[in-house]
Design a binder for this molecule. Structure first.
Ligand code: NAP
Ligand code: GDD
Length: 324
């Protein structure tokens, strides 16, 4: 039985990845940080699985990371933990950099010193392309990060390449474009829209405040994207891969798709708030996933309108419980 060590287990991707790994017969050692409120909603359904082991740890604690890897000797390490909200990274740049950049460095050092035969996945991001107008973006597109979050991800991304080349370690970085799901955090724009639409539909809310509706993103489904993470670590040679759908849509298009599906009028319920704009926007992300398809046979299954409907329907069910 293979052992996988996963950071960021309580997040959206951590929960889908853990499901996939358990299905494939792995023992999953899942690292969570201590929080004052219980934060395991996304993985509560896995707690009874005898191959799922939750352990406490934090990316800012080198000794703890070293001890955990020494104790569990994983075959695969998936580094998903991060302060992952771009706008928040302008408000907490130091914390974001500490976890995203220095946290990755600490985990790489623990990996190199305790289980160098393992394979390592790094959660890199399309946000690293920032305001570079070239598109579609692929593995060789210039990185021009436009937020403290993206700057920290570029550092981590470069560090992973450096450790791979310097020490011959099996490290692959997935440059993942935006991926969403019913488990997406409620402050990211897709989920904010689907949850608000569901609550408006049921009379629990009247207004939805949004920022820049013109930004365009390449949105896919998180369940498809964790398969790509796993596939990267099954390749003989480590490498970096863009994971995307190859389609881009504006926030306005996502909003319209959801409101139309819900039978709601955008003009009646949606207002623009300057407060929600960012100091520096990333105007357009559009990925070219052809390398991942050619090398690993990976293709996204869920498309834009299916994703919008899936998320709205799930939130309608959730909001329905609120209104009982
Ligand atoms: P998410 O839902 O925000 O989850 C982030 C996870 O990291 C949570 O489990 C969080 O724990 C944990 N975490 C934060 N700081 C930590 C620390 N210091 N020590 C230990 N754990 C910590 O993010 P996601 O959407 O699943 O994304 C997973 C990874 O992919 C992130 O690195 C993100 O930056 C990257 N990424 C995401 C996307 C996307 O569109 N989703 C695209 C490209 C890259 P708590 O529950 O305690 O907060
Ligand atoms: N969050 C949010 N809230 N975004 C809004 C809002 C709002 O009310 N109104 C408009 N937007 C716009 C943002 O300005 C941005 O252009 C776009 O919606 C998407 O914002 P988010 O959903 O917050 O995602 P993101 O693209 O900034 O970052 C996500 O994707 C990255 C990959 O490209 C995160 O998951 C990052 O962790 C990830 O790396």
């Amino acid at each position: 039985m293979k052992t996988a060590f996963v950071t960021g287990i309580t997040g959206q991707d951590g929960s889908y990845l853990a499901e996939l790994l358990l299905f494939k017969g792995y023992k999953v050692v899942a690292m969570k940080r201590r929080t004052s409120l219980i934060s395991t909603d996304r993985v509560n359904h896995l707690m009874e699985n005898e191959n799922f082991h939750m352990v406490y740890g934090n990316l800012n604690d080198s000794g703890c990371l070293h001890r955990l890897l020494l104790e569990h000797k994983p075959d695969e390490i998936y580094n998903l933990a991060a302060q992952s909200h771009v706008r928040v990274s302008f408000e907490t740049p130091e914390e974001t950099t500490e976890f995203v950049a220095m946290g990755t460095l600490r985990l790489l050092e623990a990996f190199r010193n305790t289980c160098p035969e393992a394979r390592f996945y790094q959660a890199s991001s399309s946000e690293m392309f920032g305001d570079n107008p070239e598109n579609p973006q692929n593995e060789t597109t210039r990185l021009t990060p436009a937020s403290p979050y993206a700057c920290a991800k570029v550092y981590a991304h470069n560090l992973c390449r450096n450790y791979r080349e310097s020490y011959g370690l099996h490290i692959s970085s997935g440059i993942l474009f935006n991926h969403e799901s019913p488990r997406r955090g409620e402050t990211f724009v897709t989920r904010k829209i689907t949850l608000a639409a569901a609550r408006i539909k049921l009379g629990l809310q009247d207004k939805l405040y949004l920022g820049n509706l013109d930004a365009k993103r390449d949105w896919g489904f998180a369940g498809d994207y964790v398969e790509a993470m796993w596939l990267m670590l099954q390749q003989d040679t480590p490498d970096d891969y863009v994971i995307a759908t190859g389609e881009t849509h504006s926030v306005k298009e996502f909003l319209d798709a959801v409101f139309e599906h819900a039978g709601l009028d955008v003009n009646e319920h949606v207002e623009i708030s300057e407060r929600l704009f960012r100091p520096h926007e990333v105007p357009l992300l559009l990925g070219d996933p052809s390398k991942a398809e050619q090398a690993m046979g990976w293709k996204p299954k869920v498309k834009f309108s299916g994703l919008a409907k899936m998320m709205y329907e799930s939130d309608l069910e959730l909001a329905g419980k609120e209104s009982v």
